[in-house]
Ligand binder design. Structure first.
Ligand SMILES: Nc1ncnc2c1ncn2[C@@H]1O[C@H](COP(=O)(O)OP(=O)(O)OP(=O)(O)O)[C@@H](O)[C@H]1O
Ligand SMILES: [Mg+2]
Length: 320
């Protein structure tokens, strides 16, 4: 598979403060047409990774080093104007809570039209026609009527479909979905995931699926990267990661996920919490919570080691 995006040594932190970085040397590739999962507990840096790629980091957070090569060009060298041209066109993102991402004072039609006005030369009639088409693609009933609706008049699932329609309006090469279904109830979640996958096939798009839900990973993704405290700790094919997690943190995540068919089983919990950036432990960042930690783990930080092509792990005591 060809590589569509290559992220290299990304370092992100509050206003260039390199010591307490939010993202520490994040490197990974996104292949054309694949669905890559980014998993990890709350606060480990999943959204910051997505926002760095999109050039949408909050004001007080800066990218201090690294590169994001997309279609042969380094996005980190792009001006705001150039980023605006590719954002929404070649790359698009959908967020967890569709109500906060849609503007409550404008109709759905107005908001979809904005995307076309920015990226195409369509006239009003073409915009309307294309808007109806994208709503049909995401299976919204009565699309022409829905163009006149305001966000609060739609259900959560319908709003998320609108967000997907807007993201896909200009046929992006990559879609970053940051917890796209967390705010929805279970049956709607499944429908939205199916929809994303179906559209991905139609468009041969790459998808980066950010989620803490391992069920979503198992059902929708081919490869996964596992993040912990701002670092990648493991990467591999989804089946390998599920069958043989190599990092104790990944193993903990697997054991803490409810398994189908055994809802009453007592779930494992990973004791302790993700360390905060002010008090990062010496050595491996996972050492205070790791049942396999040895002296070495408290002394020096393991590197992310490639043990096979596409299989990486950051651990002194890999679970081989
Ligand atoms: N605006 C901000 N200013 C300073 N630090 C921030 C800001 N936003 C996030 N952070 C910090 O960056 C780190 C990574 O946050 P991020 O939102 O990427 O986590 P996440 O993995 O997406 O978590 P979740 O699963 O809860 O969405 C956290 O430690 C968080 O406290
Ligand atoms: Mg997040």
């Amino acid at each position: 598979m060809t590589t569509l995006m290559e992220i290299k040594d990304l370092k992100v932190g509050p206003d260039n403060n390199q010591i307490n970085s939010i993202l520490d040397n994040i490197s990974f590739q996104v292949k054309q047409g694949e669905t890559l999962a980014v998993v990890g507990e709350s606060g480990c840096g999943k959204s910051m990774t997505a926002l760095s790629i999109m050039g949408l980091l909050p004001q007080n957070i800066k990218l201090s080093s690294g590169s994001i090569i997309f279609d042969g060009k380094d996005l980190t060298s792009f001006t705001t104007k150039k980023m605006n041209q590719i954002r929404g066109k070649d790359m698009a993102m959908i967020f967890q809570e569709p109500l906060t991402s849609l503007n409550p004072s404008f109709t759905i039609g107005n908001q979809i039209a904005e995307v076309f006005k920015y990226h195409t030369n369509y006239n009003a009639a073409e915009i309307k026609k294309r808007s109806i088409e994208v709503l049909q693609k995401v299976k919204i009933p009565d699309p022409e009527e829905k163009l006149k609706a305001y966000p609060h008049e739609l259900s959560g699932g319908m709003r998320q479909r609108v967000m997907i329609a807007m993201a896909l309006a200009c046929n992006p090469k990559i879609l970053i979905a940051d917890e796209p279904t967390t705010a929805l109830d279970v049956t709607i979640q499944a429908q939205i995931l199916d929809l994303i996958l179906e559209l991905q096939k139609d468009f041969n798009m790459s998808v980066v699926m950010i989620t803490h839900d391992l069920g979503v990973v198992a059902e929708t993704c081919q490869r996964a990267i596992v993040m912990y405290a701002g670092q990648i700790v493991e990467e591999g094919k989804v089946e390998d990661i599920f069958e043989q997690p190599l990092h104790p943190y990944t193993r903990g995540l697997m054991l803490s996920a409810p398994r189908l068919g055994s809802p009453k089983e007592k779930l494992h919990v990973i004791d302790g919490m993700v360390p905060d950036r002010e008090n990062m432990p010496k050595g491996c960042r996972f050492n205070p919570r790791c049942e396999f930690a040895t002296d070495k783990c408290f002394e020096s930080e393991p590197k992310l080691e490639e043990i096979q092509e596409g299989r990486r792990v950051r651990c002194w005591n890999k679970l081989l």
